[in-house]
Design a protein around this ligand. Structure first.
Ligand code: F6P
Length: 328
């Protein structure tokens, strides 16, 4: 790699974008401290691309990220930014990066944030993406920051719902987040031993068959019937009403909502996010440009951002099949 290229990185910008995810602070901290250790200047951009367009840019020191690794949310704040979908917004964002001397911009967020980042690369801004979303729906990586914490939070909450469901011999529908992806639903379904999982990727909702299965399970001595329903399928309240009407069994719906996005990150999220944050800086220092960091088959990897965005991810059909077998 050419030495001039490496020398070109003097200032790094970092922002979090889209839905917050536990572990984002660990990634920010790692970006800041690794960059400082290389003698770089670090600029934190508050409120994602929205804040970039408003020039909400602050200098970050090692002490600014002290005491943050264990905190949920993002100390830089985050936002969803419609203006970044317009050419005018993208041009303005690129111009602001240049104005503040940002030679490399680290974007921590999901697919939507990466699409925003990709437009900046076309306008001459060097970008490194770090996958941060509780949804686990980024194709180039088996791990995304926040999923581990969110899935453990949801699992614990569902265990609690199961206790009360058993006491009352009820059917419970628990709706988990995930937008159009069913990873949270599938993992909780297996981890909580659910009788049924509904997720967008395998939407085989059949009301008559479900009603028969619930009645059959109760006849066979089950004390509850747990359904994990993905946000992408939705309609949990209505589903509960219909099931109660058709089975005569008390049925309740619980929508877990934003509690899944908050809370102190797990050890895994802290360690993986720290590694990815440090790696983003190292990639820039090695002369790499416009990459997305990922974790595949036990290794930290990086891909060209265009390649990363063109990849497709499939949920495990095998895990879905065994989730049914194990619910016997
Ligand atoms: O992408 C994370 C996520 O929590 C999704 O699971 C959910 O669909 C969405 O964000 C909710 O977004 P908002 O915070 O804008 O309501």
């Amino acid at each position: 790699m050419p030495i001039e290229d490496r020398d070109a990185i003097r200032t790094i910008g970092v922002l979090t974008s889209g839905g917050d995810a536990p572990g984002m602070n660990a990634a920010i901290r790692a970006v800041v401290r690794n960059a400082l250790s290389h003698g770089l200047k670090v600029r934190g951009i508050r409120r994602g691309f929205h804040g970039l367009l408003k020039e909400e840019i602050i200098d970050l020191s090692a002490r600014d990220v002290s005491d943050t690794i264990q905190r949920g949310g993002t100390i830089l704040l985050t936002a969803r930014c419609k203006s970044m979908m317009t050419e005018e917004g993208q041009q303005k964002a690129a111009a602001i990066c240049k104005k503040y001397g940002i030679d490399g911009l680290v974007v921590i967020g999901g697919d939507g944030s990466f699409r925003g980042a990709k437009t900046l690369t076309e306008l001459g801004v060097n970008v490194i993406g770090i996958p941060g979303t509780i949804d686990l729906d980024i194709a180039c990586t088996d791990y995304t920051i926040g999923f581990d914490t969110a899935v453990n939070t949801a699992m614990e909450a569902i265990d609690r719902v199961r206790d009360t469901s058993t006491s009352h011999e009820r059917c419970s529908i628990i709706e988990v987040m995930g937008r159009d992806a069913g990873y949270l639903a599938l993992w909780c379904g297996i981890a909580n031993g659910a009788e049924k999982i509904f997720m967008p990727e395998e939407n085989d909702y059949d009301e008559a068959a479900l009603v028969e299965d619930i009645k059959d399970c109760m006849r066979r001595g089950k004390k509850n019937y747990i359904i994990i329903n993905a946000e992408g399928v939705g309609d949990s309240i209505n589903m509960a009403k219909r099931i109660e009407e058709l089975t005569g069994i008390d049925t309740r719906a619980t929508i877990l909502g934003y509690m899944q996005r908050g809370g102190s990150p797990t050890c895994k999220d802290r360690v993986y996010a720290s590694t990815m944050g440090a790696m983003a800086v190292d990639l820039l220092m090695e002369g790499k440009r416009n990459r997305v960091v990922g974790y595949q088959h036990g290794q930290y990897v990086d891909f060209d951002i265009n390649e990363a965005l063109s990849m497709k991810k499939e949920i495990s059909g095998y895990q879905y099949t065994i989730s049914k077998t194990l619910a016997l």
